[in-house]
Design a protein around this ligand. Structure first.
Ligand code: SF4
Length: 325
């Protein structure tokens, strides 16, 4: 079983409760099973008794995880509780035990195709080509990250192969990626192609000094907890005149409403709405505050459950102040 490669995590997490306050799902369900410790106890049971993998409550708990990475990031020994859950999902899928809604979502994601348009030596993969003049654009669905996150490794590879063929056919040697989940997935996967997050590319431009505008920046699970927390997004926003204020009760918690699980809202909208309500409740004034997120998933999800929130993507925030020097 794939979970056998994570016995150190099971051994460490099953008796530890140190990071319980950082699990986004545990913070809204108040169930011990929705913490790294609860999941490690479940997977320890499965490890010892294979038959337990068929337990539908166990399977539902493993798919309820938001995979924010906040627990792993702030664990003093950085135990890979995310890797353990992803391994468990692979075991569930390979045993033919994936829930029907997960299978249906995987089937939909497997149909992703990709198209390249325009001229240039640099390829842009995102929603705002107007910010990247002189670049080709790549459009299509998720490049395989969502399927990988759901435990469908083989299908993820097939989608990625199609994505890679499109990139290779473009003959570009640099790929700019906007969505953090896609950036995390692609950053080490394309030999001979330099993969950069859009913030890094945009930061290389020169920006006019602008009047200061206050905003709450909702950190990305991927950029912050998976990819070393690069400063480029925050620096870019500062150059564009945004004064970023801390949000929530602490700087360790994820407020990205399931971004780490990529398709969390499609999988469990009821639970996702609870994550969103926690963010709305923590905001002093949802109607007047400005929120910025690097993730289109986070923007769309937070706007879905309360249309009063003023939230823009990182690229939209830049586009609103895009007069360069
Ligand atoms: S991730 Fe670290 S802090 Fe959290 S339960 Fe596991 S060992 Fe404890």
């Amino acid at each position: 079983m794939h979970i056998d490669k994570h016995l150190d995590v099971i051994a460490a997490c099953r008796f530890c409760f140190m990071c319980r306050h950082l699990d986004p799902v545990g913070n809204v369900t108040f169930q011990e099973s929705d913490t790294p410790r609860g999941r490690a106890l479940i997977l320890d049971t499965i490890r010892m008794k294979n038959e337990s993998l068929k337990n539908r409550d166990f399977i539902a708990t493993i798919y309820r995880c938001a995979l924010s990475g906040a627990n792993r990031c702030h664990c003093v020994s950085h135990y890979d509780e995310v890797g353990l859950v992803l391994a468990a999902r692979k075991d569930i899928v390979e045993a033919g035990l994936a829930p029907e809604n997960v299978k249906a979502l995987a089937e939909k994601l497997s149909r992703a195709t990709f198209t390249v348009r325009g001229k240039g030596n640099v390829l842009y993969y995102g929603d705002h080509p107007e910010l990247y003049s002189g670049c080709k654009t790549l459009s299509g669905g998720d490049p395989g990250k969502a399927l990988e996150t759901l435990g469908f490794a083989g299908d993820s590879q097939k989608v990625f192969d199609r994505f890679k063929s499109a990139v290779t056919a473009s003959k570009c040697t640099t790929l700019i990626v906007a969505e953090p989940s896609a950036y995390d997935f692609l950053k080490d996967k394309l030999d001979g192609i330099k993969v950069v997050h859009c913030s890094e590319h945009l930061l290389s431009g020169k920006w006019k000094a602008r009047p200061v505008r206050k905003a709450f920046y909702l950190e990305s699970d991927f950029l912050k907890n998976y990819d070393g927390n690069p400063a480029a997004s925050r620096e870019l926003l500062a150059r564009c005149g945004y004064s970023l204020m801390p949000f929530g009760t602490n700087s360790e918690e994820s407020y990205s409403v399931g971004e780490g699980a990529v398709v969390f809202d499609e999988l469990d909208p009821e639970l996702c709405e609870k994550l969103c309500r926690r963010v709305y409740d923590l905001a002093d004034n949802l109607k007047t505050a400005l929120f910025i997120t690097p993730s289109r998933y986070v923007k769309a999800t937070l706007a879905k459950y309360n249309s009063q929130i003023r939230i823009v993507s990182l690229e939209e925030a830049v586009a609103q102040r895009k007069d360069r020097k």
